[in-house]
Design a protein around this ligand. Structure first.
Ligand SMILES: Cc1ncc(COP(=O)(O)O)c(C=O)c1O
Length: 380
């Protein structure tokens, strides 16, 4: 049976070949830690780690490589930022499309959370957003694109308003980094969190965030320990990035991410988007021809990422995803996608959807095969 991976919204596969090669090269040929050894290989490994911070800067149009922090994933980044910034009684505004990586850390705190309700296509309503802001609103935290239906949120306007009102703005780019051109300056965000293993095409276990100095001043470290720096001190260094990077980092992951970002740069995000939009258009055009299936959210390729949710309304969506995987080798994801609020907005709670999420490595033939498979399941 063919195996077709259409679950890139969860994690991307395949990775460019250079990613595995870079990880292997580090493990087999280099292998040293950073900031801990005074020998040539340790310096060269440290150079690659620093170069990766610079590559992240380039990606986000950010100019402080020392304020690029590595974590194990965006969930850890968001926990550090949310739990470090917010205090009891603070007010926070989020969109109704948030992932649990935002909602669960927020709900673990004694803070008031207001949701600005997106429409059934997942679009933000800026007037509604403005109406949610209060005198004590400390932060706005938003996903850049829905992981359920792919809709991209208009965050530049949100950032402008936050800056005007002196409210901290934190962005979750799990679904957009490596796909959209993200400009820190245009977003006017205080921190942008990313995960390495989705559209950034890096390995699992590496993520991070970029952060400006005014947030660094406020947010304490989440984990304290050895940094290889200031070792005579028993207190966590307060300078960057050491403040937030205690313990030996995921250096194989950073090497993989270094290679994947170079791959993205060489290929060009524009070319990647164009390829994904072609696949998306084909998928959306073809799916409209099959009765009994609704595209959830936008049914056009504009203003969205390569994640499409379908509702097979006379069927159990979980069963459809199971059949696709088991009988046809098509890997998708069903259920809530860790974003129950988004499903409430889109009208698919608690049924959930079947999410097909593409990468530029997919082919038109794979889309045609997916269509044929869906048709066969519908005819059963
Ligand atoms: C919008 C969004 N935020 C956060 C996450 C969490 O990502 P990770 O598991 O890499 O921390 C995801 C992953 O599914 C996501 O789609």
């Amino acid at each position: 049976m063919k195996k077709i991976y259409l679950d890139n919204g969860a994690t991307s596969f395949p990775k460019p070949k250079c990613v595995g090669e870079a990880v292997l090269n580090y493990i087999n040929n280099l292998g040293t830690s950073i900031n801990r050894g005074a020998y040539e290989t340790a310096y060269s490994v440290a150079d690659t780690v620093f170069e990766t911070r610079e590559l992240i800067c380039e990606l986000f149009n950010f100019d402080q490589p020392e304020n690029v922090v590595f974590t194990k994933n965006i969930t850890e980044s968001l926990n550090l930022l949310i739990k470090g910034l917010l205090k009891e009684g603070d007010h926070v505004v989020v969109s109704s499309m948030e992932h649990n990586a935002v909602m669960r850390p927020l709900n673990s705190l004694n803070v008031k959370v207001s949701k600005t309700e997106c429409n059934k296509y997942g679009d933000l309503d800026i007037e509604d957003f403005k109406s949610k802001l209060k005198k004590n609103t400390r932060a706005v935290i938003m996903t850049h694109a829905s992981n359920v239906c792919g809709t991209i949120l208009n965050l530049e306007e949100v950032g402008r308003i936050c800056q005007e009102k002196n409210i901290f703005f934190i962005v979750d780019t799990a679904q957009t980094a490596g796909f959209l051109d993200i400009d820190y300056k245009k977003l006017k965000a205080d921190a942008i969190a990313f995960t390495g293993h989705k559209s950034l095409l890096g390995p699992q276990g590496i993520g991070g965030f970029i952060i400006n100095d005014r947030l660094v001043e406020i947010i304490p470290s989440l984990i304290d320990g050895g940094t290889g720096s200031l070792s005579e001190e028993e207190r966590q260094p307060c300078y960057m990035p050491d403040k937030y990077e205690a313990g030996t980092p995921n250096i194989p992951g950073i090497f993989g991410l270094n290679a994947s970002i170079k791959y993205l740069k060489n290929t060009g995000l524009e070319n990647i988007r164009q390829k994904e939009y072609e696949l998306l258009k084909l998928f959306l055009d073809e799916i409209k021809e099959i009765n009994g299936i609704a595209v959830v959210g936008k049914d056009t390729p504009q203003g969205r990422t390569g994640a499409v949710s379908l509702d097979f309304f006379n069927h159990d969506n979980g069963e459809i995803a199971y059949k696709l995987g088991n009988d046809y080798g098509i890997m998708t994801r069903s259920g809530m996608h860790c974003a129950p609020g988004a499903h409430k907005t889109l009208g698919t709670f608690p049924r959930g959807t079947v999410r097909f999420s593409f990468s530029h490595f997919n082919t038109k033939d794979e889309i045609y095969y997916a269509m044929e498979s869906i048709k066969k399941i519908m005819e059963e």
